[in-house]
Design a protein around this ligand. Structure first.
Ligand code: URQ
Ligand code: ZN
Ligand code: ZN
Ligand code: ZN
Length: 519
């Protein structure tokens, strides 16, 4: 407590109402734009001080953590999860409790999940349902995207209410899952136009659902019924074509577009090209921990359970150079974020697809291991520096979905979602030790560098040296406000008329040629 006459530089600390007072000393703070030595003081769930120990006096009784040799990074933000998603005849086993417990264990302190209404279901009723599932269970803060799985005047009205009254600023459309979620190009143009009019963010699952439906029918008729049929029915070009088309559709109505789960080299190239082509760069790309950590060779595994456990859409790719290529796109800012698409089904549930790969529930794990995987494949392998790691694991998602700097930054006034990261420590990933509710881990046996030593969720220490002490329902719903400046400032910039794709300048052409050389 500072009782002396207020010294010029000291930071007065008022103790009376303080909760969860934590002082982290001797660490290296790493934000997306700067890495520097600093101490951090937390009180009432917020960061109150970031600076030199000489500039603060900490009273007795404050929980002090010595972070010597460790990094102090913003808690991970996973922009793509599906906890307890009802999908086909199964419900994902990671519910909002187990899924967010696993998230926190791995250093992620916020998830953004998806409301996926059934066709003809009210968007708002679906939103209320997801809130009722999540609010009582989440161990960390969460946001929601809403899927536009069908289109009508009433949907157009409801998404306006979701934006203006219910804290939603992002909507996922589907070019795949024919008959379930898929929209045609004409509807996509209307949807993107409506999203643009609301200053919201469009998202897209980009695969050509018509090609997939035709291929699946043909493969089954030829007797290809195992999990290998899943990737054969939707190979890279089926994803890349849809990515290319989605970027053009969005550009035609000047709508910012976030392409989720980019799983292949050719789809990643399409994003890079679109970002070059449109100087406003309002195309954003996300890839997944799964695509960075493993590949589609597992679909050829003789054991159905092992192969089926890797089934998600778009699929993992058999081209073993894909993980490194996608990491290079993240390093180049051709891709901006990493998600997990955590949507886990157990062995019994995956066996619903025995004899017909189209019936295998789609989805894999990732929310617990995302941070360590990105560190291992990115920073430890020399492709990323720690600041870029923070950008793609936390800050870029916060900026795109407009919750920065409340989230995604170590700075005064930000939520105290903080990870003390041990870059040298290693851990070996296994279903026997993970915190998921599922009985499989697609990264089984991998040893990764980069381990969270402490994880603080709004100032509460929820993980400490592997011991997880989360509280069910402690997390809060975080509204995502309209018109994210990181997205819309560039759209409204006057630099070029909206419908003139800018010819890439020569070093951009060189870069595109480089990208092509990877294919
Ligand atoms: C349905 C949802 C999860 N499943 C998946 N990615 O395979 C999605 O497509 O993102
Ligand atoms: Zn999807
Ligand atoms: Zn395998
Ligand atoms: Zn998904």
């Amino acid at each position: 407590m500072l009782n002396s006459p207020t010294p010029v530089k000291k930071v007065p600390i008022h103790l009376q109402s303080a909760q969860n007072r934590v002082y982290i000393k001797n660490g290296q703070v790493v934000n997306h734009d700067k890495s520097f030595k600093a101490d951090v003081y937390i009180e009432d769930g917020k960061i109150k001080f970031v600076g030199s120990a000489a500039d603060i006096t900490i009273p007795g009784g404050v929980h002090t953590i010595d972070a010597s040799g460790k990094l102090i990074i913003p808690g991970g933000i996973d922009p793509h999860t599906h906890m307890q998603l009802p999908f086909g005849n199964a419900v994902a086993v990671d519910d909002f409790y187990h899924g967010t417990k696993a998230a926190v264990a791995g250093g992620t302190t916020m998830i953004i999940d998806f409301v996926l209404p059934n066709k003809n279901e009210s968007m708002i009723e679906a939103y209320d349902k997801w809130r009722s599932w999540a609010d009582p269970k989440v161990c960390c803060d969460y946001g929601l995207h809403v899927g536009i799985t069908w289109w009508s005047k009433s949907v157009a009205e409801e998404i306006g209410i979701l934006c203006k009254e219910l804290g939603i600023n992002s909507f996922k459309t589907f070019m795949a899952y024919k008959g379930l979620y898929q929209l045609n190009d004409s509807d996509l143009l209307d949807v993107f136009e409506r999203i643009r009019s609301l200053n919201a963010v469009a998202m897209v699952h980009a695969e050509n659902g018509d090609i997939i439906a035709k291929n699946a029918k043909r493969l089954l008729a030829q007797g290809v019924t195992g999990p290998e049929g899943h990737e054969l029915s939707r190979q890279e070009e089926v994803e890349a074509e849809a990515v290319h088309r989605a970027c053009i559709l969005a550009h035609q109505v000047d709508c910012p577009l976030y392409v989720v789960h980019v799983m292949s080299k050719s789809a990643g190239i399409e994003i890079a090209r679109a970002r070059q082509r449109y100087s406003k760069k309002y195309i954003f790309g996300e890839t997944l921990a799964a695509a960075l950590g493993t590949d589609g060779t597992h679909y050829r595994c003789q054991h159905f359970d092992h192969a089926a456990a890797h089934v998600l859409s778009p699929p993992l790719r058999p081209d073993k150079t894909t993980p490194e290529f996608l990491m290079k796109l993240l390093a180049n800012d051709d891709l901006q974020t990493t998600g997990s698409d955590n949507c886990t089904f157990n062995k019994k549930q995956k066996e619903l697809g025995l004899g017909d790969f189209t019936k295998i529930p789609n989805g894999v794990n990732g929310v617990e291991d995302r941070m360590s995987l990105v560190w291992e494949r990115g920073v430890h392998s020399g492709l990323l520096d720690p600041c870029r790691f923070v950008a793609i694991s936390s800050t870029n998602a916060a900026k795109i979905f407009n919750i920065y700097p409340q989230k995604g930054r170590i700075s005064v006034g930000s939520d105290a979602d903080i990870v003390i990261w041990d870059p040298q420590a290693t851990r070996t990933i296994s279903k026997d030790t993970h915190h998921h509710a599922c009985d499989f881990n697609i990264f089984e046996g991998m040893t990764v560098h980069g381990v969270p030593e402490y994880v603080l969720v709004r100032g509460r220490i929820c993980a400490e040296n592997g011991s997880i002490r989360v509280a069910e329902g402690f997390g809060r719903f975080i509204p995502t406000p309209l018109r994210p400046p990181f997205v819309y400032d560039r759209i409204e910039s006057k630099e070029e008329p909206r419908d003139q794709p800018v010819e890439p300048n020569n070093n951009a052409t060189k870069k595109l040629a480089e990208l092509d050389s990877y294919i």
